[in-house]
Design a protein around this ligand. Structure first.
Ligand SMILES: Nc1ncnc2c1ncn2[C@@H]1O[C@H](COP(=O)(O)OP(=O)(O)OP(=O)(O)O)[C@@H](O)[C@H]1O
Length: 523
């Protein structure tokens, strides 16, 4: 059984660009410890490991401390960083420390810094409800052993404690990486898949490994590559991107490796290739699946040896470049077809990051749309347009084949073209190129474009919008609207005659009266 706790997690907060249309939106605040206790982590004969939990949220402390104690650890908890540091002076370090990031006084990252300065070997798990790249990368850069997104599954937290303690018993203290350049975090997402991705980026940014980013077009592969660079020790060096599919095959070699003057017709001057331009930094090779086979062979050699000749050159050039490759194609299928070298795939694919399509993380749509509308408004020096609930429902129902890029383009179009400050459903329909539905003018038209069978699709879209906006108890809301729609249609059909309306609906008259509630005229 999975044990979990839930508490006030920052859900995408409706900001100035969004209206919620949701009366009952509130943050959840409950926790539960019910469930099977995990196996005891230490045998009774061994001295149990000591774990400290630092968090200003009493309920988080309570559930985590209880779960860790149940697992056999000696656990102490502290409401702030200063208390933990005092205890460190008095009693020496624990074997493992969990700390929250945002706390009154010194935050968790400051505590992490102080701990790493005094007891570098102490493994620290950083916990936060804010799983963006700035937070995860900041934690790993500061020397965190692991990043735990709140709310977390308690069994997972206990298992993480066991793993960390086991690893720290054998490992040397990790070298804290030098601070990377501060930068704004452009990747938006609050779904579980994106949080997992942000944690992976935060961790991978510190490691000099090749990364293969996969995902459909427009899912943000280049943004991921930029974030990996920005948060890495290479941040002060260049980030150079090359879209393999956009360059004619015959020019690609010289684009990558450069050429000497006179190397081929038209090569009047020496040209430094992208590898040289990226020296010390990161080279992003987009659409790697489109690279011609002969060039794949050359790339493989360069990646293996770290050196190459410019086209037409005799000087051996050595570079230190981290390569991040991306593709929307199935590289394994290309390998099977003989169109991609298996050994190159293995070299590029040391770590793979998969970006989910937007339709698999629709809950991120409101936040993304809000960000894009705000960016467009800033550019146009105009107030940001707002998305009404029907518009949001329509956005949530769309499948986004072009992913985030399609949403971004749509928002810019709306910001430029939609009349008025509030964007309605019809404008989204129009911008998406779908037939325009207008409740007022379409109602009653026999040829109304609204498909009679699509109300369940619209209901699903409404539910997604409400959930994305943080509304609770939406079943009751939906049922009330469902009943109202049926009752009103039936009463309209029977000219207001309740008995007949009830019969046509297959309801008892009393049930219909109850559902109509007080204040309805009797017929
Ligand atoms: N998570 C995100 N948060 C904010 N903006 C995003 C996000 N993902 C993508 N974008 C925006 O969407 C657009 C497309 O992103 P990007 O170019 O990184 O996608 P891609 O997967 O590399 O696309 P392609 O495969 O077509 O090259 C960019 O303008 C980018 O800023």
């Amino acid at each position: 059984m999975v044990r979990s706790y839930h508490f006030a997690e920052p859900s995408p907060q409706p900001g100035p660009g969004l209206s919620t249309g949701c009366e009952g939106a509130h943050r959840r605040a409950s926790h539960s410890l019910a469930g099977t206790p995990p196996r005891r982590a230490r045998r009774a004969t061994l001295k149990p490991a000591t774990i400290w939990v630092v968090d200003d949220d009493r309920s988080v402390r309570f559930v985590l401390v209880t779960a860790l104690r149940e697992a056999g650890y000696r656990v102490e908890d502290f409401g702030n960083a200063a208390e933990a540091l005092t205890a460190l002076d008095e009693r020496g370090p624990p074997d493992l420390l969990f700390t929250d990031v945002r706390m009154p006084g010194d935050g968790g990252l400051v505590l992490l810094d102080k701990l790493k300065a005094n007891v570098p070997q102490l493994p620290v798990v950083v916990m936060s409800a804010y799983t963006d790249i700035a937070s995860t990368a900041g934690a790993f850069r500061g020397g965190a052993h692991e990043f735990l997104s709140k709310p977390f599954d308690l069994d997972e937290a206990v298992a993480l404690a066991a793993r960390t303690l086991a690893a720290s018993a054998t490992a040397d203290a990790p070298e804290p990486a030098p601070p990377a350049a501060a930068a704004s975090d452009a990747l938006i997402g609050d779904t579980a898949a994106m949080r997992t991705l942000f944690r992976a980026i935060g961790r991978l940014a510190q490691a000099p490994l090749s990364v293969l980013v996969t995902g459909e077009t427009g899912t943000g592969k280049e943004l991921v590559a930029r974030a990996l660079h920005r948060e890495s020790p290479r941040a002060a060096q260049p980030f150079v991107a090359l879209n393999t599919a956009a360059i004619p095959a015959e020019l690609l070699e010289s684009e990558l490796f450069g050429h000497e003057a006179g190397a081929f017709t038209g090569a009047q001057r020496r040209h430094l290739g992208r590898f040289e331009q990226a020296n010390g930094g990161t080279l992003f090779l987009d659409e790697i699946g489109d690279m011609p086979l002969p060039l794949q062979t050359r790339l493989l050699r360069v990646l293996a040896e770290g050196e190459f000749f410019r086209v037409g050159g005799r000087e051996l050039i050595r570079v230190d470049v981290r390569v991040v490759a991306a593709t929307h194609q199935d590289l394994e299928a290309l390998v099977a077809d003989g169109r991609f070298r298996a050994d190159l795939l293995h070299r590029l694919d040391v770590v793979r990051l998969r970006l989910p399509p937007l339709r698999e993380r629709r809950e991120d749509v409101p936040q993304l749309a809000q960000r894009f509308l705000a960016a467009a408004a800033a550019k146009f020096q105009a107030p940001a347009k707002r998305l009404g609930t029907p518009a949001l429902e329509r956005l949530l129902a769309h499948d986004w084949p072009g992913n985030v890029r399609e949403l971004e383009n749509l928002c810019w179009r709306l910001a430029a073209l939609a009349p008025g400050d509030s964007i309605g459903r019809a404008e989204i329909d129009e911008a998406l190129g779908a037939p325009t539905h207008n409740r007022d003018t379409d109602a009653g038209r026999p040829d109304a474009p609204r498909d009679e069978g699509d109300w369940d699709i619209q209901l699903a879209a409404w539910a997604r919008a409400q959930l994305a906006l943080g509304c609770d108890a939406i079943h009751a809301q939906a049922r009330a609207r469902f009943d109202r729609a049926l009752l009103e249609a039936a009463l309209e059909h029977t000219g207001g005659r309740r008995a007949e309306a009830a019969a046509r609906l297959g309801l008892g008259r009393n049930t219909l009266t109850r559902k109509l509630g007080p204040g309805r005229h009797r017929s």
